[in-house]
Design a protein. Structure first.
Lengths: 129, 132
């Protein structure tokens, strides 16, 4: 097996991104505790988060996406009685911008019920600027 | 176009740190941060979680109906990582991770819960975060 040791990889023109065969890297991930004032437990490419209210958080990126057309996925938990099942969704305004993503947590069976759950997990794939 | 054919990439200054340039060319990111650390697709065969395919998943702990713990082959660095996934039933079934106490460096709890009842439903997911 051969090993290539390098700190930075760019395309042969010196600036363009390299093609990673059969791989697409996530461009952001965040593990958020939304209880009380939302806090970031750990993350990649997140500069800060904003607590907009119960079940409503905005994650701001360190390096922005190229546009708002990227893919988000998320998961969370339920309450102790398991009669409120958390569902992570984009904010009703659309949620996605090049520099940030706003999402919320509601009961999967009643969107009017919003929750501050812990943990709330979000991953984003797409193109960086 | 030039092409490097190799079997392994290692950071020169730090083995676990290789930087790549963004699609738009205006940013850089650590390659390791963006690579999925585990993924899996499983179904329940007579109530037992059974793998269809996976990466970095050693086995599944059958916790109870509708609940399973995928265990990692290579463990995570801490318990502050993220998971995302879906079930494959086509019904109104949600995948929920367990509470914070069941998210460990070695495994994590997934639960299929449908309005009051745990169900053995095929599911798949992906994990991002830091490996140990």
């Amino acid at each position: 097996m051969s090993t290539l040791k390098a700190d930075t990889i760019v395309a042969s023109d010196g600036s363009s991104p390299v093609t990673l065969t059969k791989q697409f890297a996530a461009k952001m991930w965040a593990d958020i505790d939304m209880t009380g004032t939302a806090t970031l437990d750990e993350s990649g490419n997140v500069a800060s988060i904003t607590d907009n209210g119960t079940g409503d958080v905005t994650t701001s990126f360190t390096s922005s996406m190229s546009d708002a057309n990227y893919a988000c996925s998320g998961m969370t938990t339920a309450n102790a009685a398991f009669d409120d099942e958390g569902l992570v969704h984009l904010n009703y305004t659309g949620g996605r911008a090049a520099g940030n993503c706003r999402f919320g947590v509601t009961d999967a069976h009643n969107a009017a019920d919003v929750y501050d759950f812990d943990p709330v997990m979000v991953i984003i794939h797409g193109d960086l600027a | 176009m030039s092409e490097i054919i190799t079997d392994k990439l290692t950071g020169k200054a730090s083995a676990g740190d290789v930087t790549i340039t963004s699609e738009g060319g205006s940013a850089t990111m650590q390659l390791q941060q963006g690579v999925a650390k585990a993924w899996f697709r499983t179904f329940f065969s007579s109530g037992t979680p059974t793998s269809r395919d996976s990466f970095n998943i050693a086995s599944y702990v059958d916790v109870n109906t509708g609940r399973l713990d995928p265990t990692f082959t290579n463990v995570m660095n801490n318990d502050d990582y993220v998971c995302a996934g879906n079930n494959h039933s086509g019904n109104d079934v949600n995948i929920l991770i367990g509470n914070e106490a069941s998210i460990l460096t070695t495994k994590f709890r997934w639960a299929n819960y449908d309005n009051g009842t745990y169900t053995d439903t095929a599911l798949g997911g992906i994990v991002a975060g830091d490996l140990a």
